[in-house]
Design a protein around this ligand. Structure first.
Ligand code: PLP
Length: 394
């Protein structure tokens, strides 16, 4: 009989997002007439942009003609997409197309990259944070030396460099779940920390398209020295509504100082991907390309602006009702302080049953998320208005 990876015993028995989905399904079953407002899981609320639909459909048609059919593509992505990413997002930052590795999602990249590291590493993870970081470390047996980085009101709801050293650091800005983003100075402190301790930053940039504050970088490579110490994970999920299509990319600079004897992380990742991954579908990569330029860029940028507008409407509305909340300025998430003496799960239940409104309890993202819930602004204007009306009677 095969023996099972014993690390699974260390995992919490439930992953927060499916659990919330289950709660939603239960309410729908017991109260079918309830008009539920879902501010929970950060999934898109707008249909795909027309240019993306056209690009994907015509790529599928190409594949149906003998003269332009395609089979397996390159494991790490087609050069047309890598070049467009560099041209539109990184040319001024010295990143080249050989540094870009296309994948099916940040979720895969940020956990699969752990294949490259030994279990002896000390790994720093923000608390609260996107739950996959910690769970993946546990599954891979890399959890023996975890360092939690509190993101509290005192730290501005973002992780700050600790006084001790570590080897790998998960950072996410704009941060999920708190909706706050690093300023240039704050991110510089992290890059300096990584340079000082020879650490590697795994930078999750899933929400970079929402950054609009002038002093907030969209890429860690805007900070001098970052190419020596950081890998950046980006995705089309939130910038172009690809949550159901799946396309992302990782930037692994060739200047990274971390190496395995003479092998660079680029070489190791390439080896890993060519073994374990057969690439993203050609039509999907064509769709991603369409989102980067011309009409597709305009359409997707308009969607991002409208989600941000909803985030701002929601947070202003909450404040008008006397609640305390953070985030929502450079991110589609609002970090809402629960009323005194009410835990995040109790507040979740209260909102669910009194307002038929779904949020995510902050505790589900880590112990420092207690006393907060996260609201997602991937929603519609009527839902925001309806939520504020219902909350006024809470
Ligand atoms: N990273 C963060 C911080 C996220 O919030 C999410 C999804 O919500 C992901 C990664 C997953 O991104 P992708 O859809 O590219 O797998």
């Amino acid at each position: 009989m095969p023996s099972i990876n014993p690390c699974f015993e260390q995992l919490s028995p439930r992953y927060i997002f499916p659990f919330i989905e289950q709660k939603l399904a239960e309410l729908q079953q017991t109260t079918p007439e309830a008009k539920i407002l879902n501010f929970g899981i950060g999934d898109i609320a707008e249909p795909l942009a027309t240019s993306i639909v056209h690009a994907i459909c015509s790529a599928v048609q190409e594949m149906g003609w003998r003269s332009s059919m395609r089979g397996y593509g390159p494991s790490t992505g087609y050069s047309f997409l890598k070049e467009a990413i560099v041209r539109n997002l990184y040319a001024h930052l010295g990143i080249e197309s050989k540094d870009i590795f296309i994948s099916d999602g940040i979720n895969s990249d940020i956990v699969n990259i752990l294949d490259l590291f030994a279990p002896t590493n000390r790994i720093a993870i923000p608390n609260p944070s996107y739950p996959a970081y910690k769970d993946a470390c546990i599954i891979e047996g890399l959890h023996r030396s975890l360092l939690e980085l509190p993101c509290t009101r005192e730290t501005g709801f973002l992780p700050r460099p600790p006084s001790e050293g570590c080897d790998l650091i998960f950072l996410c800005s704009p941060h999920n779940p708190t909706g706050m983003a690093f300023t240039r100075m704050e991110l510089k402190e992290w890059v300096e920390y990584a340079l000082r301790w020879n650490a590697l930053i795994l930078y999750d940039s899933a929400y970079s398209c929402f950054v609009n504050s002038e002093d907030t970088p969209r890429s860690i490579f805007e900070i001098e020295g970052a190419q020596k110490v950081a890998i950046e994970c980006c995705s089309f999920s939130k910038s172009a509504g690809f949550t159901g299509l799946r396309c992302a990319y990782m930037v692994i600079p060739s200047d990274l100082e971390i190496k395995y004897s003479s092998l660079s992380l680029q070489t190791l990742w390439n080896r890993r991907q060519t073994t374990k991954f057969n690439g993203v579908a050609y039509p999907i990569q064509k769709g991603a390309l369409a989102s980067l330029e011309g009409k597709g860029k305009e359409e997707t940028e308009a969607q991002v602006r409208s989600y941000l507008y909803l985030a701002q409407t929601l947070s202003q509305g909450l404040r008008r009702l006397g609640f305390t909340c953070f985030g929502g300025r450079d991110a589609p998430y609002i970090w809402w302080r629960t009323p005194d003496n009410i835990t995040s799960w109790e507040f979740f239940d209260l909102l669910l049953h009194r307002c038929q409104m779904i949020c995510i309890p902050g505790e589900g993202f880590g112990s420092c998320g207690e006393q907060y819930v996260r609201l997602s602004a991937f929603t519609t204007a009527p839902s925001v208005q309806e939520a504020l009306d219902r909350l006024a009677t809470l």
